[in-house]
Design a protein around this ligand. Structure first.
Ligand code: 13P
Ligand code: SF4
Length: 360
């Protein structure tokens, strides 16, 4: 990448990334973009990734539905998923022959972690014959027990496509509530919530509206019902992006993870964003350095069919890799950590990182 390209990226994001930070980001963005070409990789980033990832290295930025669809379509040899674990797992499910990397295996999701496959089996016993619709924010273990999967962008459509009187809809209680308001199908819900969206309140939104007359409020359907009622529009993260692009409101409040406002602001310089800040700690685990690490170690932890997953052993493996970046030492550490420490312990945690794949 030429310094001109880097300058162009900075010009784009300078309103949301201070110059002092850019000095640290620029060299690593440059390295990642070179490695990406060299390794025949595509970087898919969720809309909540930070601007230096979203605008600096991502080939495609989107909501979780679009990321899954892009993962299915790509011809690249490697998919680097900058988002949370279930998104990388979904990418692998959509395109099993590709190598899927997630820069931090600890990037979880409160919704995905609220339910296990055993819980779904229990629900199916309680409501025999009622189909199960799972939000994409679930583990592979839960998806395996599911009749059909949806995202916030198509939840109502998917529920109605089943043609039944009732459906079990999980795991997000608030999204279930939103779907219930938009369909006649009876929704049986689970009590999962998103730790980011559940924090918003209708009162907070009403206060912001009073302080900013004429502001347009758009909310993610994972928000509580009083937030949705106080909003002008509710939709998936990509629908929110589209709404701003098409309507160009003078002032807007995106009731969702707050980094997204920065990303959308860059592309809509004439729109003023009011930004109450709730961050997703899981999404924020992904950093440029970790993306670079995912490429640059010759032994790459990757999502694969299996071997194991327990986060302690995985962490041990990763720390070992970080401490000893020499091939020989790595080989022995991986063998040691991989075969002795990493155990096939908890499949409900989902797919699993592992130590196969010596060359990326
Ligand atoms: P979207 O599917 O709308 O991108 O939402 C994913 C997510 O994790 C929202 O918190
Ligand atoms: Fe999960 Fe909420 Fe974070 Fe999205 S914002 S990844 S739903 S915890």
């Amino acid at each position: 990448m030429t310094s001109q390209n880097l300058d162009e990226i900075y010009k784009k994001i300078s309103s949301v990334v201070p110059e002092i930070e850019w000095k640290f980001h620029a060299p690593i963005i440059d390295k990642i973009n070179k490695l990406k070409k060299e390794k025949d990789a595509v970087i898919l980033a969720h809309n909540y990734q930070t601007p230096e990832i979203y605008h600096g290295v991502a080939d495609i930025s989107a909501d979780s539905l679009a990321l899954a669809l892009e993962a299915e379509k790509t011809d690249a040899r490697i998919i680097v998923l900058c988002g949370v674990h279930f998104m990388a797992e979904t990418a692998k499910l959509m395109n099993p022959s590709k190598k899927v990397l997630i820069p931090d295996m600890q990037a979880g999701c409160s919704l995905a972690e609220s339910i296990t496959g055993a819980d779904v089996r229990m629900l199916k016993e309680k409501y025999p014959g009622v189909p199960v619709v799972s939000y994409v924010n679930t583990s592979a273990d839960v998806k395996a027990e599911t009749d059909i999967c949806c995202t916030s962008a198509n939840a109502v459509k998917v529920v109605e496509s089943l043609g039944t009187e009732k459906v079990i809809f999980l795991p997000d209680h608030y999204l279930a509530n939103y779907v219930q308001k938009n369909t006649k199908v009876k929704i049986i819900s689970w009590q999962g919530t998103c730790m980011v969206h559940e924090k918003f309140t209708g009162k907070e939104v009403e206060d912001i509206k009073k302080e900013n007359p004429g502001i347009e409020v758009i909310a993610h359907p994972e928000c509580p019902p009083d937030v949705i009622s106080a909003s002008d529009f509710a939709g998936s993260t990509s629908s929110m992006v589209k709404y701003v692009k098409e309507n160009q409101p003078k002032k807007v409040l995106l009731v969702t993870e707050c980094t997204m406002s920065d990303n959308v602001q860059v592309e809509n310089p004439n729109v003023q964003f009011i930004k109450p800040c709730n961050l997703c700690p899981h999404m924020k685990k992904i950093t440029l350095n970790k993306i670079y690490d995912a490429f640059s170690f010759n032994v790459v932890p990757r999502l694969g069919k299996l071997i194991a997953n327990d986060s302690e052993s995985y962490q041990y493996l990763i720390e070992s890799i970080r401490k000893f970046p020499s091939q020989e030492k790595l080989a022995s550490l991986i063998a040691e950590a991989g075969f002795r420490q990493v155990k096939y312990r908890n499949l409900t945690q989902g797919v699993v990182a592992m130590h196969s794949g010596w060359k990326v």
